[in-house]
Design a protein around this ligand. Structure first.
Ligand SMILES: Nc1ncnc2c1ncn2[C@@H]1O[C@H](COP(=O)(O)OP(=O)(O)O)[C@@H](O)[C@H]1O
Ligand SMILES: [Mg+2]
Length: 480
């Protein structure tokens, strides 16, 4: 490998940039090319960098905007090595979990610049390693938990009873709610075990059983580990992002320069039952930064991390518990595409951090480096309502002809589905971003707009509207 690349494997500040087709270009190689990676690429192009996007299917969102793309099976180590040696990137950005980790570690050992680092990707892709890292290495409080073999039904029952009801079971390697089950009574034990067995993503037969936390709100803290002007790694903190999930998958998120608008309250109480409490919000915020700093410090490396935390108020005191952490931008963080200054959204912050570019921040009264949003904003998902190829969207005028609203479509070419249940699909096809007077106003606008968009596919030609399940209605502001 040439010495230029060797030196890039170390964490150094970058003060020189070029045009993309120059032999000294800073070249970004994305492994995984979804909607989060798309923003990293767009920002890289704003800086004149060279961009290459890799995914397992053709025309993935970030591939559509990158200079160059490759379509390979990223679990195939030889294929990953081939692309890395061919492209000679200045930064290898891991956007997904399904990458051949042995090869990633090997490439890093050889001096290739894996970001944030191969071990962080290895730890966070597995719930057992991730939970041990949070609770033991970082020393951040979590829900009670235990691990169990899902093939052993007696042991599974014992594990559930040890944690107590209600609790949640999750396959050790899974995401977006797949493989997870809410266990309310003993009747749920067997269905939970079978779901964990069925939906495990290459994790064999292990599951985690976790105490259910009746939190007031959950937040994502997008902690950024980056170099400061002295070349030292520091952590900067965008203000906490509030969000809610439906069936374990992100549905809406919000952020405001005034976090007391939503922190630390239940999403459904925002703007209704409580009076903002500046003092309590400040205490919550400090505990959020504290926990996020410990967790990201345990993972190391450079980049944005999505630290998922539960916030609970008990007897006027705030508790913050660690849930999990992604070593990359986070889906709930897409609200920063609107709330943050251009060039400072989560994709841009990730790019700045991994490339050794400046990440300016304000030092707050507690000594934390804080990145402020410039306006209150909210995001709401546009989810597939049926499976099939070539999705089409209608209602773009109805949804988008509203001040402060931005409809984003990801350009995904296909919604995979099972032939006997074409409406049981789980794919995010876009988001609506909205700004407003405050987080609640923005939230109303994003939700109203997203639900005005219908979709259809080549296989299912009838226009269908967004998710309208009971659970969805309960969590939305508009109930019908
Ligand atoms: N122990 C828990 N107590 C309460 N809610 C939980 C717990 N674990 C998960 N959840 C809910 O389920 C969502 C998804 O769980 P998570 O562990 O983040 O898995 P995933 O990897 O699928 O995002 C969380 O964001 C939260 O809303
Ligand atoms: Mg999660």
């Amino acid at each position: 490998m040439n010495s230029n690349l060797q030196s890039q494997s170390k964490y150094t500040k970058r003060d020189i940039l070029t045009s993309p087709f120059n032999e000294n270009s800073c070249k970004i190689l994305l492994l995984g090319s979804g909607e989060l990676g798309r923003e990293v690429i767009i920002q890289a192009q704003r800086l004149g960098m060279a961009t290459v996007a890799v995914d397992r299917y053709e025309n993935a969102p970030a591939q559509q905007v990158a200079h160059k793309s490759h379509t390979i099976d990223m679990l195939d180590g030889d294929a990953v090595r081939h692309v890395v040696e061919l492209e000679k990137p200045s930064a290898i950005v891991c956007e997904i979990e399904a990458i051949n980790l042995d090869m990633l570690m090997q490439l890093e050992k050889e001096g290739w610049p894996v970001r944030p680092n191969a071990e962080a990707v290895w730890i966070t892709m597995n719930r057992e390693r991730s939970r041990d890292m949070i609770a033991k290495k970082a020393g951040v409080q979590t829900s009670k938990y235990t691990y169990v073999d899902t093939e052993d039904s007696a042991a599974f029952k014992d594990a559930v009873e040890k944690i107590g009801y209600p609790c949640i079971s999750k396959a050790i390697m899974s995401s977006s709610g797949h493989g997870s089950y809410f266990i309310k009574t003993h009747k749920d034990i067997e269905p939970a075990r079978l779901i964990a067995l069925k939906d495990a993503r290459g994790s064999g037969t292990r599951a985690i059983i976790e105490e259910y936390i009746d939190f007031d709100t959950e937040v994502t803290e997008l902690a950024v580990r980056h170099l400061d002007e002295n070349g030292k790694i520091v952590t900067s903190f965008p203000r906490p992002i509030g969000h809610y999930q439906i069936d374990g998958d992100y549905h809406a998120s919000w952020q405001s320069p005034n976090v007391a608008e939503y922190l630390p309250w239940k999403p459904q109480d925002i703007g209704a039952k409580f009076k903002p409490d500046e003092d309590l919000a400040k205490k919550a915020e400090k505990k959020i930064y504290e926990a996020a700093e410990k967790i990201t410090g345990a993972l190391g490396g450079l980049g944005v991390f999505g630290v998922e935390l539960f916030v609970k108020v008990e007897d006027g005191k705030v508790r913050v518990l660690g849930n999990e952490c992604s070593p990359r931008p986070h889906d709930t963080g897409m609200v920063t595409f609107m709330s943050h200054m251009i060039g400072m959204n989560e994709g841009a912050l990730h790019l700045r951090a991994i490339c050794g570019l400046p990440v300016p921040a304000r030092i707050n009264e507690d000594g934390y480096r804080v990145i402020d949003p410039i306006m209150p904003a909210s995001s709401h998902v546009i989810k597939a309502a049926s499976g099939g190829w070539d999705p089409e969207f209608s209602g773009i005028w109805n949804a988008g002809n509203m001040q402060g609203v931005n409809v984003y479509l990801f350009g995904k070419p296909n919604v995979p589905y099972e032939p006997d249940s074409p409406n049981e699909v789980h794919r995010r096809l876009g988001i609506v971003l909205a700004t407003g007077r405050d987080a609640l106003d923005a939230k109303k606008k994003a939700e109203t707009s997203a639900h005005k968009i219908d979709m259809r596919t080549r296989q299912f030609e009838e226009w269908v509207s967004q998710d309208n399940t009971l659970d969805a209605r309960k969590k939305h502001i508009l109930k019908s």
